[in-house]
Design a binder for this molecule. Structure first.
Ligand SMILES: Cc1cc2nc3c(=O)[nH]c(=O)nc-3n(C[C@H](O)[C@H](O)[C@H](O)COP(=O)(O)O)c2cc1C
Length: 405
């Protein structure tokens, strides 16, 4: 067998707490601090523990050429079984034709072919959620409970940095003329808010759904940049004019649309059904995929933002800003989605706290190529309740009060 170093091979030294055996022998139960090296795997998203001897083995390997396992073992004075075991745990790649070794090699090749920046690939894999159920939906949401949470945050981390930042080094100040946000756009911008109370007794009309979805993710123009290479325009900007983010609506209750997971095809403004569901299953998934934020589970539809990184990284290969740029695209699309929904007085939200790994699994997408960023939710506003929403007063610089974030 031959082995080589993983590529990328990002190693982190963690602090770990373990039971202090010395103290245990003396009849006391104490924790002892120790350190542990871990390989951060961009394929599985796991932290793989590396014992000290194996750390030295990894440091002696190159990633671009194979090394005989017997020679590596001899160099480090360890049995060859240690090297074989490292390959089995994914600490090194091996040239074995067994499925796990082959799959790891193919996945690394794919990561490189897609053009991932190594640190971004690791961050994405290690921050992916599956079956996470936060306590957000279940916890007490009254004013007192909310105040209590803010107070304990303050007790733990000190006073929140102020909302309004004063730059101490400014040499002069110029007061600007106040321009009221009037006109139709100003009115929509001022009304925009996140809604956490949506109706489950009436379906969202198809025309409303189509307008917000198509108005955000639909094509509004094209321009040929080179023979065979056409840039497509949308209502939001996109880094490199690439528009790598596709919309995947989970339809729960939209008039005339069967529940299920769809792909929005902007080419012809249509919905492609990927995974049909019963209404109950679609509702359950809406809540589970938003990590137990039960109020978001009431949305008529959740529109997931899924980036196709092979398209984006085709232009920005292993680029240090590529990951940031893709996330920013999603932010722009979300704001457009919010504004189109607000214009029609629909309830709208965005959530980043969601089980992106489960979305990939449900849609059968390739995690090495596709990244689920977040979801916009849409529905009819439940006007009988607004306890979970913000209720801001109009801003007045003279009010003399420091807003709490
Ligand atoms: C990137 C992003 C992630 C968000 N994630 C959540 C979330 O997981 N849960 C939630 O209740 N609200 C979420 N929100 C909504 C914010 O809480 C909301 O925008 C904020 O409270 C300000 O309220 P407003 O949108 O009504 O102005 C998110 C907003 C953004 C932009």
């Amino acid at each position: 067998m031959r082995v080589r170093r993983r590529n990328p091979c990002l190693i982190q030294i963690d602090d770990v707490l373990a039971l202090d055996l010395g103290a245990l022998l003396r009849g006391r139960s104490e924790l002892a601090a120790d350190t542990a090296a871990c390989l951060l795997c961009p394929i599985s998203g796991q932290r793989i523990r590396i014992p000290d001897t194996e750390l030295r083995v990894i440091a002696g390997l190159t990633s671009d050429r194979w090394h005989l396992a017997t020679e590596v073992a001899a160099t480090h004075a360890v049995p060859v079984s240690v090297i074989e075991d490292m390959a089995a745990r994914g600490l090194v790649c091996s040239d074995s034709n067994e499925i796990p070794a082959k799959a790891l090699r193919q996945a690394e090749d794919r990561l490189h072919a897609v053009g991932w920046h190594p640190q971004a690939a690791v961050l994405e894999a290690l921050s992916r959620w599956r079956s996470v159920e936060g306590e957000e939906g279940a916890r007490e949401h009254g004013d007192l409970a909310q105040l209590e949470r803010l107070r304990s945050q303050e007790a733990a981390y000190g006073v929140i940095p102020p909302h309004f930042h004063i730059h101490r080094d400014a040499s002069s100040h110029l007061k600007l003329v106040h321009q009221p946000l009037d006109g139709p756009l100003g009115e929509v911008l001022t009304r925009r808010r996140t809604s956490r109370h949506l109706r489950t007794d009436t379906p969202l009309p198809l025309a409303e759904f189509s307008r917000v979805l198509g108005g955000t993710f639909g094509a509004t123009g094209t321009e040929t940049l080179a023979p065979g290479m056409v840039a497509v325009k949308r209502t939001s900007p996109s880094g490199g004019a690439l528009h790598p983010i596709d919309a995947y609506p989970l339809v729960v209750d939209v008039a005339g649309v069967a529940p299920g997971f769809y792909h929005y095809q902007s080419r012809d403004n249509s919905l492609a059904l990927i995974r049909p569901m019963t209404p109950e299953e679609a509702r359950r998934q809406a809540s589970a995929l938003t990590a137990g934020q039960t109020y978001f589970g009431n949305a008529s539809t959740l529109v997931f933002h899924v980036a196709r990184l092979d398209r984006h990284h085709w232009k920005y290969r292993r680029h240090p800003k590529a990951y940031k740029a893709v996330l920013l695209d999603s932010g722009h699309l979300s704001q457009t989605f919010y504004l189109l929904a607000t214009e029609r007085s629909l309830g709208v939200f965005f959530t980043a706290a969601m089980n992106d790994g489960d979305v990939l699994d449900l849609l059968g997408l390739d995690p090495l190529c596709e990244m689920v960023i977040g979801a916009n939710g849409l529905g009819l506003v439940d006007t009988t309740d607004d306890r979970l929403d913000l209720h801001p007063s109009p801003y007045s610089p003279d009010a003399g009060r420091e807003p709490v974030a």
